[in-house]
Design a protein around this ligand. Sequence first.
Ligand code: SF4
Length: 350
Amino acid sequence: MDLDKLQTTLEELGQPAYRFKQIKLAMYRDLKEGFDAIENIPIALRQDLNRLLPFNELILKTEQKSLDGSGKNLFFTRDDLAIESVLIKHGDGSRTVCVSTEAGCQIDCSFCATGHLGFKRVLSPSEIAEQVLSFSRELKAKGEKVTNVVFMGMGEPFLNYDNVKKAILLLNDKDGFNLGQRRISVSTSGIIPGIERFGAEDWQINLAISLHAPDNALRSRLMPINKTYPLEKLMPALDAYVAKNNRRLMIEYLLLGGINDSPRQADALADLIHAYGEILRLSVVNLIIYNPTKDSDGHWDRFRSPSLAALRAFEEILTKREIAWTRRASFGSDISGACGQLAGEVNSTH
Ligand code: SF4
């Protein structure tokens, strides 16, 4: 629900100010599914709101479940744009929702299914937050809840900064969803003005950078945004962010077989990190294994996963060079729910 519209509508209906908070709590804290389920507001008001305002901005179209318990939801906006979100179930009981911030994406990374769809528009704060609510309702029925939210789905969050910030504040709101700031992470492809603005915020939200290559030539090939914000500008901006905020930076590195997974590239990545003292001090390289995707015609893309030998060699070099790293378990690959794979099937399911 668009909360600005709710506020205006309640004012126009002559409702007392506390109604707004009642309805916001019903939606974000109690996870009610419609105005009719909000029992502490008058029936006449429920009827008026049903007539004047959609309770949900997003319409849930399909829910896919993965063998590993993860899930992917396909939504349509009120203007009929497809977006996807993923729920990742971890063995330790944590439940992470990966949300989209744009319908499509403006960045067009060569390995990314979303990028190939092109850009439609940015999502509103409520369209972003409702992706989390949808999974929360599902989990609540099983006595579980969302424990983490990552802004890592379709779209570049820092090209929709204002709405992403509002969505973060909505999810963090004590009078609402009440998710702790340290449980929220935003991932950028490297938009330097966004990194600077994010670093200046008075909050504890985590930052992740999608690096994916240790040199400009390869990074520009994989991620065209690198031509605008090349490594010699991006890395100092990240170093300054860590120095100012003293918060751990997650460096995402998607391993593409035969492209960026050689021992030489592992050494180059270590060199790059060693060149920036603050990043070296407080960052973790998150290695992600690429999952090949099919396009809407059923053709496999041109990238492949790294071999096990290449993966082990890469990890060994990082360890030897004293770079902190983790390997992200690949969740939901059987439903194309892994990184860079959202919207791979939107065209065919729409
Ligand atoms: S990887 Fe992220 S930034 Fe790049 S095209 Fe895909 S959604 Fe956009």
